[in-house]
Design a protein around this ligand. Sequence first.
Ligand code: MN
Ligand code: MN
Length: 269
Amino acid sequence: MKFIGAKDSGKVVIFGVPYDGTTCFRPGARFAPDGVRFFSENLETYSPALNRDLSSVEFTDAGNLEVSALPEKMVEEVEDFVNRIEIPVMIGGEHSVTYPVVRSLKKSYNNLTIVHFDAHADLRDEYSGTKFSHACVVRRILELGCRIVQVGVRSGTREEFKLIKEHPLIEKVDIKDLPQRLMEEQFVYFTVDIDYFDPAFAPGTGTPEPCGGSPVEFFEILYNLPPVKVVGFDVVEVSPPYDPSGVTRMLAAKIIREMILKFWGGEPC
Ligand code: MN
Ligand code: MN
């Protein structure tokens, strides 16, 4: 199964990482890559909001990576793959899969800013005995020297919120301020943890957190982003076992379509 509209070649490469080895509460994100592809069939290739069509974009779907259960090994395997492609569009998996993608990109784009949509800060130094837990992913990315712009974070430890306040490379912004905030950035990577959204819109996730954002607002902001150079993005933490109606997978599929068209969709039709 391929994402709707995927061709056999293109610089933009969709791939899945069916991994949830460090998930602490409710696993299931390993089923997301195929689940999101399945629901992409319910999408049109045309986006009325952007007046662009996936049929005129060169992008491919490389399928899923077979990764090890050990987080240290998984990180190496995903990084090796991303080293060999140009523009990664990843379907997780839990959030730990983002670290190797960013570590690979950082070698090509020194001045890299990560826009992190999430309910959780993901800034723990270690969790459940590993530094590669999904609860630590942004801490690891921070150590690479990336700037982090967090949107929607509403859960974490006191220490994590202290770090957000004090660390010179992290800031927390209101989604409404994101377009203005990204004006000056050189290279941007987006990581969308689906639990950024309110559980009313995206119940199918391992660690839902009330009082999140709405899809309508998210897409409005996405459409209004300045023309920064986006070097890739991911959507993570979709958990099909907790998504019986499919709305969460459908939202993830739509995010992927709209982001591909917004960032690399060329001229409007
Ligand atoms: Mn996360
Ligand atoms: Mn989260």
